[in-house]
Design a protein around this ligand. Structure first.
Ligand SMILES: *Cc1c(COP(=O)(O)O)cnc(C)c1O
Length: 421
């Protein structure tokens, strides 16, 4: 007997929300909606309402929802071999490692370690940095590298860190885009690694200057410090390059960490150690994982990478991302509530004049758009790489009205002309 889809009624949705709050640890706050299915860039909630998903599960759903290639790859693999332990290899795992090394343009002697999430990728990179046997590690102010203890030690935000101290030691923070400060911090020659996000995603989609990235590469090379690029959010074609740093001439990392888009929704991450020196830092027995790199995850990731290449989603990310940027800049020229747009490709932060981003997110949801407030003045968009310019236009066309609704006094209908300062 087939059952109705869970909660496709108002009463059903309320029941699910109550069951959620009773059964889940309260770390995420109340969920905005209960979602029950998706297709392409659209998702539907438990009451049958449709949304354009412009967040893509925070840069995860690279192919959108229920993509036929992903469904086929996952189904085919699970019918034969979903998991073996890391006592064994599988052809899909080997092929994924080779594919990532090729896309990363990693030199001879490079190697891959598979994980299940972004924070785990950064944990592995942290352990690699420790193996340099140098006492200091640098990260940037406003950096976000994950929530497990090592990645949290690299994450700047005090509210995330303070409740869990003591964290692994030796990490210092330097200001972004300040080459002099970086040079001073590296000068003693005792820094094992510098962790950077090419675009600081959680900070509000704030790109590092190309000049700074180049200087960071040169200075770390000079001092024998590993340059570790966290491309968990920026990687896998998100910016219109396979990896964001490939858009900056002269910047090749020693280590790169990945996750989010790699599995298109299946939890898989990776660490790439570039060249023999970085690769040799972790020796047999020094790190491990049960699930990491299992054949199911590897098959799904291969289908994500294959589909991005075949369907030119790199080009689509560049074209539609530029289209969005142009439209937002046009709007900013006439609407003082919109200051501009940051980021690259389909990782974008729309800068607002007032700290109303959370209210805009709520108004957007009511209007059928899923976006996110990276901070009080920034709307973050990280839509599926299959998004069309028409779909992005629908959002930009709606944005002035969403800003009206966001600045209206609570509990009344939107007052289009009033602006709360
Ligand atoms: C999301 C993110 C992480 C953490 O990834 P999880 O899969 O949530 O552990 C780490 N670094 C960056 C840059 C991220 O955006």
């Amino acid at each position: 007997m087939s059952e109705p889809t869970a909660g496709e009624t108002t009463a059903g949705a309320e029941d699910l929300a109550a069951r959620y709050s009773r059964s889940m640890l309260g770390v995420f706050g109340a969920p905005q909606r209960v979602l029950v299915r998706g297709e392409g860039a659209l998702v539907w909630d438990a009451q049958g309402r449709e949304y354009l998903d412009l967040l893509g599960g925070i840069a995860v759903n690279a192919l959108g929802h229920a993509h036929p290639s992903l469904v086929a790859a996952m189904t085919k693999q699970v019918e034969s071999l979903a998991h073996v332990s890391n006592f064994f290899a599988t052809p899909t795992q080997i092929e994924l490692a080779e594919t990532l090394l090729r896309l990363a343009e990693a030199p001879e002697g490079s190697g891959v370690f598979f994980t299940n999430s972004g924070t785990e990728s950064n944990e592995a990179a942290f352990k690699l940095a420790r193996r340099t046997e140098r006492p200091r590690i640098l990260a940037l102010e406003n950096a976000f590298h994950g929530r497990t203890m090592g990645a949290l030690a690299l994450t700047h935000k005090e509210a995330y860190r303070a409740p869990f101290e003591p964290l692994p030691g030796g990490v210092e923070f330097v200001p972004p885009n300040d080459t002099d400060a970086l040079a001073r911090a590296l000068a003693p020659g005792d820094v094992g690694a510098l962790f950077l996000e090419p675009i600081q995603g959680e900070a509000g989609v704030v790109p590092l200057d190309a000049e700074y990235l180049r200087a960071a590469r040169e200075l770390t090379a000079q001092h024998g410090t590993l340059l570790i690029l966290d491309e968990v959010q920026t990687g896998i074609a998100r910016t219109g390059h396979w990896f964001a740093h490939q858009g900056v001439d002269g910047v090749v990392p020693d280590v790169m960490t990945l996750a989010k888009g790699l599995g298109g929704g299946f939890p898989i991450g990776a660490v790439i150690a570039y060249g023999p020196r970085a690769r040799a830092l972790l020796q047999p027995g020094q790190h491990g994982t049960t699930f990491g790199g299992n054949p199911l995850g590897a098959a799904v990731a291969l289908s994500v990478l294959g589909t991005i290449a075949e369907d030119d989603l790199l080009g689509n990310a560049r074209r539609t991302g530029q289209h969005l940027a142009d439209r937002i800049l046009d709007l900013a020229a006439t609407d003082p509530r919109v200051l501009g747009i940051r980021g690259e490709g389909l990782l974008r932060g729309i800068a607002l004049a007032d700290p109303v981003a959370p209210q805009v997110v709520s108004a957007a949801l009511e209007a059928g758009f899923i976006i996110n407030a990276a901070n009080p003045c920034t709307l973050r968009l990280a839509p599926p790489l299959i998004i069309t310019s028409d779909q992005l236009d629908a959002f930009v066309d709606a944005l002035p009205g969403l800003l009206d609704a966001a600045s209206a006094p609570a509990d009344t209908e939107p007052a289009p002309t009033e602006k709360r300062s």
